[in-house]
Design a protein around this ligand. Structure first.
Ligand code: AMP
Ligand code: ZN
Length: 470
């Protein structure tokens, strides 16, 4: 299996630290609001990758944090006049609901920053002892980037270059820092903010230290894979490396994976720009599986542009899969025979070819775009080669193949959800049948048109009216 490693800037063979096991850390959201579909991208693409590693037989220890202490959370809490834990707990709950809707598997551990303060104080103390951090007059603790000769190795930033852009620290009000690139490990409390006692001052941690500490606690000093959106490469991940490696003297993570941005009209979707749709906005209009399929239909490192047109295309593609599994479900109940016919053997060989293409795609740096294409090829063959004469053995094979790859690895569930729409459609069909019986063809046509506009296709068969979604 190959992974594009951000640090080496190339695809490399993946070799886990312990054979058969993978330790993986994915930076999670700051919880002060509902997550938007850009935040959902890393959740979905790395969930698919985790599922694929599990499919290959790896035992994956997957850790993803919630940042539950942060300026934005405090601001939201002050606006509502509540404790900041009320805001963070509310949005952790909402985020977990969105993740469940999007079929993102819960992490092995979802640590929260506020529950790991002791570990942060320990790590900061070690960094001070080792001369990698210093305490300013007001109790702020800074990491000293000059003390780390490897600083910049992930983002390939050159220290001298960074220094050449040196701002006047006095002018920027950062004159406590020795170097403009030094970053906060611990900061003194301000009125109305959550705080914890520490050897330096009552205060709260900087953002970067939490991931270093949680990764170490739940996965160990060196882990296999660290991941997140590409905006985290600098400074967040660079700073995590600096803290962790200066503390342990060991490599922090062997592989670094970063997803590209979800854009809207070519601009990064973000809360600060206001150009976002929450997962909740989108799942009110589309099945969450359509959003998941849309995100997986692109390569995770490429930018992905969101628009209604592409969502509608994803919806039509998802419908194609559902129509196929509907048909297979029906045939599974009626088919018989446990020996494949010659034609079925040939079709099975063709499908096996696409199973291989699926695995090759996923082995090639989590290429879910090509893997989804392989699933659509299997769906196409399934539609063309199954009918009421198919053997049960063949129908079962096709069905379980789609289930394993699409539901299991891509995490795109293929069971049609019965919803209120079903009832509404059945009612309209009954009304149309009654209208036809009464020779009121105008009314019957009107109902058919109404159903068409709802995306429902009617088929008049000898057994009565059948319907499916367009
Ligand atoms: P945040 O809550 O902003 O820290 O983001 C949580 C995760 O979502 C991080 O891994 C970010 O890199 C990622 N992320 C935020 N916005 C986008 C976007 N527009 N496209 C892709 N990933 C994003
Ligand atoms: Zn992080």
């Amino acid at each position: 299996m190959k992974i594009f490693d951000t640090m080496q800037r190339r695809k490399v063979d993946f070799k886990p630290l312990v054979p058969g096991k993978v330790s993986m850390y994915v930076c999670g959201p700051t919880v002060y609001n509902l997550i938007h579909i850009g935040n959902a991208r890393p959740m979905i693409v790395f969930d698919a990758f985790r599922r694929y590693m599990e499919y290959k037989g790896y035992e994956v220890n997957y850790v993803s944090n919630f940042t539950d202490v942060d300026d934005k959370i405090i601001k939201a809490a002050n606006e509502e006049g509540v404790d900041s834990s009320v805001i963070s707990e509310r949005y952790i709950k909402e985020c977990k609901k969105d993740m469940a809707d999007l079929n993102v598997k819960p992490a092995t551990t979802h640590p929260k920053a506020t529950e790991e303060i002791d570990g942060m104080i320990d790590m900061i103390s070690t960094l001070i002892e080792k001369g990698h951090a210093y305490v300013a007059e007001d109790g702020t603790v800074y990491f000293s980037v000059e003390s780390d000769k490897n600083y910049g190795k992930l983002s390939h930033k050159d220290m001298d270059e960074m220094m050449s852009g040196l701002r006047d620290l006095k002018v920027t009000g950062e004159d406590q820092k020795r170097n403009v690139n030094d970053f906060v490990l611990w900061k003194p409390k301000k009125e109305g903010e959550p705080s914890w006692p520490s050897p330096w001052c009552d205060g709260r941690p900087g953002w970067h230290i939490e991931c270093s500490v949680m990764s170490k606690k739940y996965l160990g000093e060196t882990i296999d894979i660290h991941a997140g959106g590409e905006d985290l490469i600098f400074p967040h991940h660079e700073n995590e490396i600096a803290q962790s490696e200066c503390c342990s003297g060991k490599i922090f993570s062997n592989y670094w994976m970063h997803n590209g941005f979800l854009n809207i009209n070519g601009l990064k979707m973000s809360k600060s720009l206001g150009n976002f749709f929450t997962v909740r906005d989108i799942t009110a209009q589309y099945d969450p599986m359509v959003l998941r399929l849309f995100i997986l239909s692109a390569h995770y490192r490429q930018p992905l542009n969101f628009s209604r047109e592409v969502m509608d295309q994803a919806k039509a593609s998802y419908e194609r899969i559902l129509n196929c599994t509907d048909k297979l479900n029906e045939l599974k109940n009626s088919a018989a025979g446990d020996v494949l016919t010659t034609d079925e053997e040939a079709a099975k060989a063709q499908i096996e070819g696409f199973v291989k293409a699926f695995e090759d795609a996923m082995d090639d740096d989590n290429n879910t775009a090509n893997a989804s294409t392989a699933v659509f090829e299997i769906v196409r063959i399934a539609n063309a080669t199954t009918n009421d004469k198919s053997t049960k053995a063949y129908v079962d094979y096709v069905y379980s193949t789609i289930k394993t790859l699409c539901d299991g690895v891509l995490g795109v569930n293929t069971e049609r959800k019965s919803d209120n729409l079903d009832e509404e459609v059945e009612k309209l069909i009954a009304e149309r049948t009654a209208a036809r019986k009464a020779k009121n063809f105008a009314r019957a046509d009107e109902i058919r048109n109404q159903l068409t506009s709802m995306g429902i296709i009617l088929e008049d068969t000898r057994e009565g009216v059948k319907w499916k979604r367009a």
